[in-house]
Structures are given as C-alpha cells and as structure tokens.
Design a binder for this molecule. Structure first.
Ligand code: GLN
Length: 232
C-alpha cells in the first residue's frame, strides 16, 4: 500500500518551465511527433503533469497568460483547489481563451480540481467555471474516512491491467450528459470519463509514475493535429 504522505503533493514547489533554448517554436513535422501540450501553470501539481507528459512524448509549456495558449496543441488542467484556480483564471484573463480553444477542437485533460473546472454543473456552486463537459460534479465528495486514498481501477479500453489511482479530497462525477463516455468507476462513483474533446479524471494520474492516461491524452492531441492537417 502506498502511503499518501510519500507521494508528491499538489502544490509542491514546481520546477521551471522548459522552453526551447532558442525560443523557436517547433515546425509542423516536429509537432506531429511531439505535440506541444500546455499545463495550466497557475496553481496545483503542475510539475508532475509536465514530467508525465514529457515521458509520454510531448513538449510542455506552462500556460500562465492568454498568449501562452497560442503555442499549445492541447491543455492539461491540474489538480489543486478549484476556487483558487478559478480566481487565478479570472485574474489572468484565461477563462475565455481556454473556452475558445476547446470550442475550436483543442483536446483538454482535467484532473481532480481540473475536472471541477470543466464541469457544466458543480453541486452547491451557483455558476460553473469553464463549463466544457456536460456533467455534474460534487466537490470533496468522499467522507473523512476516505478523504485521501489509493485504489486500483479497471479502465475501459486501457491495456496493461488495472490503473493505480490516487484520490486527494477528490470530487465525484454525480452524473454525465450526452456525449460523455464513462471509462472507470470506483464502486458506484464515476471517476474517469471522456468526450470528443475532453478527458476527465477525479484522481491524480500524474502522481503514480504510470503514464498510460497521459499517453492516451498525447495520442489524442496527435490525432487532433493529424485531422487538422488533412482538413487543410
Ligand atoms: N478539493 C479540491 C477542490 O475542490 C480538489 C482536490 C484536488 O485537486 N486534489 O477543488
């Protein structure tokens, strides 16, 4: 059994973002091999996601300002604290930019607080945040006994056996709307789902060293780039 205390924690000091030494943006061919994926870098476990994405073959940039979105082919919204993240999204003026890019087809991966940001309904919260996925989530939905825990999930369509999942003051997905496929449940609770544009996990796939979900997301971003190229 892995002790939660031994895992990196959301909000641990983050490493510096990696940029190309020359500051040059990659060519279309380079991007097809290694898409550029942004990690919303305002709060939360940004560095762990960045490392998992790099291991999965992506270039990573931290998204802190609206203009950072211009260079990314996909975006990860990390765990952290959704009300704080929302305040920072408003402060930096990122909310509309992210919405516009996803509306234009950019794949997005939200984990834990990131899933809360994506939901179109958050129980007890008067208005949703990005409202990009038709689902209802409830924050901090596990009782004190199960506030933080590690478990194994069977994930639909994911080869390689059960996925170890770390839950930290996690939300649950109470219900999903049209176009949302449920990929995994913990007991009765929906914990992993996807739509055409979004992958949503209520847990922390960046904390276990098992990069299968990051690889799946990088694959989706590659697919998105390929489609863009063939559409001309
Ligand atoms: N409890 C947090 C929230 O409501 C989410 C926890 C997490 O991202 N680890 O935003």
């Amino acid at each position: 059994m892995t002790r939660i205390a031994n895992l990196p924690r959301p909000g641990d000091p983050a490493v510096a973002p990696r940029h190309d030494a020359t500051g040059a943006l990659p060519s279309a061919a380079e991007r097809a091999l290694a898409p550029t994926i942004g990690v919303l870098g305002v709060q939360g476990d940004v560095a762990e996601h960045a490392r998992a994405l790099e291991r999965a073959g992506a270039r990573v940039v931290w998204v802190k300002r609206p203009e950072d979105l211009d260079q990314v082919d996909g975006l990860v919204l990390p765990g952290g604290e959704s009300t704080t993240l929302r305040r920072l999204l408003d402060y930096e003026g990122l909310l509309d930019g992210i919405r516009a890019r996803v509306a234009d087809g950019m794949p997005v991966f939200g984990t834990c607080a990131g899933a809360i940001l994506l939901a179109d309904r958050v129980t007890g919260v008067p208005s949703p945040h990005l409202s990009l996925v038709p689902m209802t989530v409830a924050r901090n939905a596990y009782g004190r006994q199960r506030e933080s825990f590690v478990t194994e999930l069977d994930v639909a369509g994911l080869g390689g056996g059960p996925l170890r999942a770390v839950f930290i003051r996690a939300p649950v997905i109470e219900s999903v709307g049209e176009g949302v496929a449920v990929l995994a449940r913990d007991g009765d609770e929906i914990v992993l789902a996807e739509t055409e544009r979004a992958l949503v996990a209520t847990f922390h796939p960046e904390l276990t060293g098992d990069d299968r979900l990051h690889r799946r997301f990088v694959g989706r971003v590659r697919e998105h780039l390929r489609r863009r190229r063939t559409e001309g």
